[in-house]
Design a protein around this ligand. Structure first.
Ligand SMILES: [Mg+2]
Length: 318
């Protein structure tokens, strides 16, 4: 029986919300993108008023920003801007993901979001790999992630006996090319298993409501399962039998996803107040705490059919 670890990216794998000195982070890049799309300094003013913008999926952020201004004049600015793009923002999203930058008067939010994402990436991609004074590269990996990831890769592709019981996928409201470049500058192979906002903006998901296309809705996890070999098998059995776990920093988005799937939640670097006593929450502050999951003893337990939550409880003494 195959098991899967799914993980959030921002603030769980990479410290993307901490800009390097002199550089810009995700929040500033978002403000600049909204300025370009919606006119003058509107984006910066809106970003100051939006609560915890880093926690919002791109579409939610665009919708909240537009609610803060004069809709007609903002739409006019956006329509004019998009008409001038002419393929200049093509490179930021993989072919087949996202949508074309074509204005749609009846439903402008998909193209507004698409343009916003591409503009944000145009500001951010060059930041990746920028050096801090002490030589570290932006963005820093979250504590222990590289150690965990190298051990995982060794397990999957190393010279020792290959173990195929565990898979690792990313579920993020971020973007493929950004995530891939972060792994590249860290000098490690990126996971091929990934569902990002780029997937969720694409035509294949256009018929679903925006809230269904983001965490905590389970559709993002189902989309990840569809990318696995034998998708039907995983889709039907993964979460039902305790064969998956989700790791993330947001109690609402990531914890909510785990709750909706009825799978254990590894709460990375908890900084929110936990209310009540929900089952199957495992707080960790460093990915190294999960390294024992990749050791022989744990893998043997998983192979015997023990649920991931039980194995996690054993290794984290929870
Ligand atoms: Mg996060």
């Amino acid at each position: 029986m195959k098991r899967i670890i799914s993980s959030d990216f921002d603030r769980t794998i990479a410290q993307t919300f901490t800009p390097r000195p002199g550089g810009i982070g995700v929040v500033e890049a978002s403000a600049r993108a909204l300025d370009q799309l919606l006119g003058s300094d509107f984006g910066h003013r809106a970003m100051c008023k939006i609560r915890e913008p880093q926690r919002l999926a791109p579409r939610e952020l665009v919708e909240q920003a537009i609610r803060l201004g004069n809709r007609t004049s903002l739409m006019n600015s956006a329509r004019s801007f998009i008409a001038t793009c002419n393929g200049s923002l093509e490179q930021y999203v993989p072919v087949g993901k996202g949508i074309p930058l074509k204005w749609n008067e009846m439903d402008p939010f998909p193209v507004l979001t698409e343009t916003f994402v591409r503009l944000k990436l145009s500001h951010l991609m060059d930041q990746i790999g920028g050096a801090f004074d002490r030589g570290d590269l932006w963005p820093l990996p979250c504590p222990g992630f590289l150690e965990f990831w190298k051990a995982f890769l060794e397990l999957k592709t190393g010279s020792c006996a290959k173990d195929d019981i565990l898979d690792f996928g990313i579920i993020s409201s971020g973007h493929d090319k950004f995530i891939e470049r972060c792994f590249h500058v860290w000098g490690v192979q990126c996971t091929e298993l990934m569902v990002t906002d780029d997937d969720m903006r694409s035509e294949a998901y256009a018929k679903f409501a925006p809230e269904e296309r983001a965490k905590p809705h389970r559709m993002v996890f189902d989309a990840l399962c569809r990318k696995l070999p034998q998708p039907e098998f995983f889709h039907d059995h993964l979460h039902k039998n305790g064969n998956a776990v989700h790791v993330g920093d947001s109690l609402c988005a990531d914890g909510g996803l785990a709750k909706n799937l009825n799978i254990p939640f590894v709460w990375f670097d908890p900084h929110e107040e936990l209310t009540g006593s929900p089952p199957d929450i495992f707080p960790v502050t460093d990915w190294k705490q999960l390294l024992p999951l990749l050791e022989k003893k744990s893998l043997a337990m998983l192979r015997k059919g023990l649920p991931l939550s039980q194995v996690l409880r054993t290794i984290l003494n929870n």
